[in-house]
Design a binder for this molecule. Sequence first.
Ligand code: ZN
Length: 265
Amino acid sequence: MQFFEIFSILISAAVVGSFFGSFINVVAIRTHENSGITGRSKCPNCKSKLHPRHLVPVLSWLIQRGKCAMCGKPIHIQYPVIELTAAILAVVAVTRHLPDGEWLWAGFEFFFMVGLLVFVVMDLRWMELPLELMVGTGIVFSLWHMVLQSSTGMPSLQVLWSHAVGFALATMFFLFQYIVSAKRWVGAGDIWLAAVLGAVLGWPLVGIAVYFAYIFGGSAALILLFTRKIKAGARIPFAPALITGAFAAIWWGPSVLAWISHAVS
Ligand SMILES: [Zn+2]
């Protein structure tokens, strides 16, 4: 493939990805406010309806210097950050599958990851993890992943078993911490999220996701403690750590597993 062709594909992926990120922002905020998904976007401060030119992902925010074009109130950093993250996730998913052309796998990786961003936003901003959205995400993406795995020639029983074991182990591991710590280490929402990740990723990928989640979450907690952003014993949202752990498992899981089996044998 020529350089220009690859370049155009990646730019298109970034643009499409950023619009999905914009949609994710709407889903997160309207789920929090318990309002419908349809209807024009408004400024949360002055309530004026936004024009399409105010809704271009990342660019509108840059051009308006992070402020509402009508009232000048700062726009929450969530908007450009999620739009940019979604653009990056799309570029990564497409880049990973440019050589093999497995677009259904690329789609699975992108839509699952971008969907999880709803929970990152809601947990960070409001410490909320909506149950219906988590269950829906779990059902849709575990089926999608199982169909993809079966299509690679993996025996159906093995596929089913992997997802059942992933779901059961992830749920039990977090339920155990929830009970032992009397709800201090993890919340009920974290158990559900871990169950969803276990069902979608399957075993052993979810094990790798949880491993990375503790590394990322632990490092973030240490940095926040040392910079005195939080006090010892403070509750910090764990969903972002679990979700970045899931990203790491999808991107690096197969290499980690190959390395482990090499080290063991
Ligand atoms: Zn405004």
